[in-house]
Design a protein around this ligand. Sequence first.
Ligand code: COI
Length: 353
Amino acid sequence: MQIVKREHLKQKPQAGTALGFGRYFTDYMFTMKYTVEKGWHDAKIQPNEPLQFDLGTSIFHYAQGIFEGMKAFLQPDGSVGVFRPDENWARMNNSARRMCIPEFPVSVVEEGLEELLKLEKDWIPKEAGTALYIRPTIVATRVMLGVHASTEYLFFIILSPVGSYYAHGLEPTKLLVEDNYTRATIGGTGEAKCLGNYAASMKAGEEAAEKGFDQVLWLDAQEKRYVEEVGSMNIFFVIGGEVVTPALVGSILPGITRKSCLHILRERGYKTSERRVSIEEIIAAIGNGTLTEAFGTGTAAVISPVGLIRYKKRDYTIGGGKMGLITKMLYDAVTGVQYGTRQDEYGWMKIIR
Ligand code: COI
């Protein structure tokens, strides 16, 4: 892999700096281009510096682009561990197919990420709860205004040392059940990790933030009845001892942390169910005390307890507004594997030395 070195390295955030999420970026990035004639080509590592694009470039107009989120963690033996990257590459190629983006060769981006992480190892923050966030992205780069799939693309991976996704860390989140706006619908792009899904969610997110909520809990587009996901996380509820999460009906992102939590729960003998779950069922179960915990899962959010939901102007506290036992068990299990303090019994970590 070609590596173009930079003259001066950036100043890294000092130990103890509140990193937030996606505020700092490392010295280098991985890039690769696509043209119809050459396919994916010119894979290299180069300084993470601004690139120039013509304002007619199609990504600026029609959002033909996709991304992923992964994390790298410093292991106790000094190596670098990435959580389930194969799952992200597979999901990214699924998103590519949905967005008419040519599939990329996994082996090339795998090698690119490995080399990039070796080069940027010193950027991995060491404080508890921090990680090096990995953002692979593909954008359409052909200069044209016709609404057609582009014939040129840029694949890039940038890295950002991050802390907790939520400013309040592991404090339970407050969610506003969104019964006006829609994130995604069956036949739409909800299960692809495409740029437009996130742009479409912002209006609801901003209005929820103004009312003091962390995120919105999306309902299905047709009936505004079935719970879908949070946008930055998948959602789980513990109802009558059973751990329930909405089934992947086509409008929900198939989360990798979601899949990992279901695996851990099943291996440990918990009753789990992936099914349609209505907001009426949730409200009734909170009312009769059978809903004991709720939590979100995601790469950025990890496992985040949910302490309160608002639906039709009424607030419902969940689990006394505290992190529940199953949520804590999953948090410890997933982060233990990620930080290398627990045995990686399912072979989820890719270790880079
Ligand atoms: C992630 O968890 O990696 C995400 O992509 C969610 C959000 C930060 C966009």
